[in-house]
Design a protein around this ligand. Structure first.
Ligand SMILES: Cc1cc2nc3c(=O)[nH]c(=O)nc-3n(C[C@H](O)[C@H](O)[C@H](O)COP(=O)(O)OP(=O)(O)OC[C@H]3O[C@@H](n4cnc5c(N)ncnc54)[C@H](O)[C@@H]3O)c2cc1C
Length: 583
């Protein structure tokens, strides 16, 4: 952590949950975000700064996700999504300054309510008015309303980045981004914000937004180097509306850089609560023997497995922050990141969410009833991981996109042919190679099926849709292999500096992660001779043995989580959970 004082910001009374209005908890959420902004803000956005500023921003996002997932949601939309678009697509300096100062809270309005995968075909229109040199923003019908951005709280100045189809002299120029103030009376005339009812998980002021002839000045077009001359001549350096749309939709990368860090942090916080709790939680078995929950192999499997996932999610997440937040020198014009890099970032977003979701679910399960109640935070972390199945881009659609690119594009090379015959009894298999073998097999099945369908004259769309299940399975297998490989280098054999203390548990955490990835497909590996039958059957016992080795190292595992005590509140995280849950 760049600033050891950062966790202290979360000791402020504003983070005391008892102060929140249960009917409108987001009023407290926005106060918390303002508190953090006032104490960490600077004249320029942290996102625009050097490596130290960005590290500070990521630290802040991680801590906020641990302390209050809803505040994290507001913070990342403001600091990364809205500010990222403003910087990367060339907002006017005064608008960047308004966001940096927190005078306006940023928002992102892209998704439309009435169409699946709507960001691929946004229908909100921005019609250029050459006389006034303005854009007129209109929602053509209810199905094109923006839904569900958290912009429903009246009186809070919001500066929204809105995705709209640009029409110049009747010609469609693709989806562009515009800055539109909401709620502050400054140019917001014609904006209708319809607040939605309070929701249970990640409660915020969600709303549906419609535009009816909203006038947007030329300077608030995030033109990204495109222009319309005084005589009405349109120029876009990208040269193609489809590329413009892809560039605008690709703005999501600023979310992916933030969200991956936040999800991984929430997962670590869940483990930091549940693992020590299991160490002190008494249980009794059918023989009347009392023992700490964590001495039971089932709890070990849940919680050490959760720790492995949370830490893997963290490595994965931190590995993409710089790329996801990259700004072209000078800012405000560019082509964005290459399609291949965007695809990799999207896949990491889905992978981190899946790892974090499973980690939190295991922690909740291990904590029984206490895992269900908000005061113990775990269910709030789960709300965050569940929200990001859809938010930031639908995970299933992103997996299918990844499968399509890998199966039909030229920027993916399937892993080399299998690891050969099963490893000799007693020797440890090469787990990443095993995972790669299954990925390759699924790739071959998918591409040969598509080729056969094409040779048979089947329409490409029909051929693809018939194989969506296989495509998703292939993308899953790829994602799992990449996730395990991402940690393999550092965890499998920690070097001289990483071989002692807390780091000494990494090889066993790696084994847990890898074996649990192979286990669901043990029969597949055995049927192909990649694992001997005996080795496949022994996987379960291997996991139990790994967990038994980790048990005396539970404190070292907890020490790797980087969860400051100041940010995690609630009875389960406290000293005496029985007293705190009953008083
Ligand atoms: C808590 C939360 C906060 C959000 N905040 C914002 C925000 O601030 N701003 C914003 O713009 N958006 C926001 N969103 C919306 C989010 O970005 C969308 O949920 C996401 O992009 C997916 O769009 P969708 O919900 O319309 O789902 P859909 O696109 O309808 O996808 C749902 C499912 O439908 C199926 N599907 C859809 N299209 C296809 C297809 N072509 N082929 C096959 N299957 C298909 C898939 O099974 C997919 O998983 C938020 C969402 C949540 C949950």
């Amino acid at each position: 952590m760049t600033d050891p004082d950062l966790p202290k910001l979360f000791e402020d009374p504003v983070f005391d949950d008892r102060a929140a209005d249960p009917a409108r908890p987001w009023t407290t959420t926005y106060r918390r975000v303002a508190h953090l902004g006032a104490r960490t803000g600077s004249a320029a956005p942290l996102l625009a700064g050097g490596p130290a500023d960005r590290q500070r921003l990521r630290d802040l996002l991680e801590l906020t996700a641990m302390a209050d997932p809803a505040a994290f949601h507001v913070l990342f939309l403001h600091q990364c999504m809205a500010t990222g678009a403003a910087l990367d697509f060339g907002a006017a300096p005064e608008d960047v300054a308004a966001l940096a100062s927190g005078r306006a809270v940023g928002a992102a309005l892209m998704t439309e309510v009435g169409l699946g995968n709507s960001s691929a075909a946004v229908r909100t229109e921005a019609v250029y008015d050459p006389v006034a040199r303005e854009f007129v923003l209109t929602t053509p019908d209810a199905a094109a309303a923006k839904y569900p951005p958290n912009v429903g709280m009246p009186g809070l100045p919001r500066l929204a980045v809105v995705g709209a189809r640009l029409l110049v002299a009747g010609v469609d120029r693709g989806t562009c981004l515009f800055l539109v103030p909401l709620h502050d009376g400054d140019g917001a005339s014609g904006v209708t914000v319809a607040p939605r009812p309070r929701t249970s998980l990640l409660p915020l002021d969600y709303a549906a937004v419609r535009f009816d002839g909203v006038r947007v000045p030329y300077r608030r077009w995030l033109a990204d180097g495109a222009s319309i001359s005084g005589s009405g001549a349109f120029h876009d350096p990208l040269g193609d509306p489809r590329l413009r749309t892809a560039r605008s939709v690709g703005w999501a990368r600023f979310a992916w850089g933030a969200v991956t860090a936040g999800l991984a942090a929430a997962a670590r916080a869940a483990v930091a609560i549940a693992l020590p709790h299991a160490g002190r939680r008494a249980t009794v078995d059918r023989w009347g023997v009392r023992a700490a929950a964590l001495t039971r192999p089932n709890q070990q499997r849940l919680l050490f497995g959760a720790a492995a996932r949370a830490l893997a999610a963290t490595e994965f997440a931190r590995g993409i922050t710089d790329t996801a937040w990259r700004l072209a020198p000078g800012g405000g014009r560019g082509t964005g990141l290459p399609a291949r890099t965007m695809g990799e970032l999207a896949l990491v977003k889905t992978a981190v969410d899946a790892l974090a979701d499973e980690a939190v679910a295991r922690c909740r399960s291990a904590c029984g009833a206490a895992g269900f109640f908000s005061e113990n935070r775990l269910v709030d972390y789960q709300a965050l991981t569940a929200a990001f199945h859809a938010a930031g881009g639908d995970n299933q659609l992103m997996l299918l996109d990844a499968a399509w690119r890998m199966a039909t594009g030229d920027d993916y090379t399937p892993p080399p042919a299998g690891p050969g015959p099963a490893a000799a009894a007693g020797s440890e298999p090469d787990w990443p190679l095993l995972l790669a073998a299954r990925e390759r097999a699924l790739y071959t099945r998918l591409t040969s099926g598509l080729a056969a369908a094409s040779a048979g004259g089947l329409d490409p769309s029909a051929a693809w849709h018939e194989r969506l299940g296989l495509a998703e399975e292939f993308a899953h297998a790829h994602r799992t292999r990449v996730a395990v490989e991402a940690v393999a280098a550092r965890w499998r054999r920690p070097g001289p500096s990483g071989g002692s203390g807390e780091q000494a548990v990494l090889p066993d955490l790696f084994r847990l992660l890898a074996v649990e990835a192979v286990l669901p497909h043990a029969d597949w590996y055995a049927a192909r001779g990649l694992l001997s039958g005996a080795a496949a059957e022994a996987l379960d016992a291997d996991l139990t043995a790994v967990c038994r080795r980790l048990l005396p190292q539970a404190e070292s595992v907890a020490g790797l989580l980087e969860v400051p005590a100041a940010v995690v509140r609630g009875p389960l995280g406290g000293r005496d959970y029985v007293r705190d849950l009953t008083s």
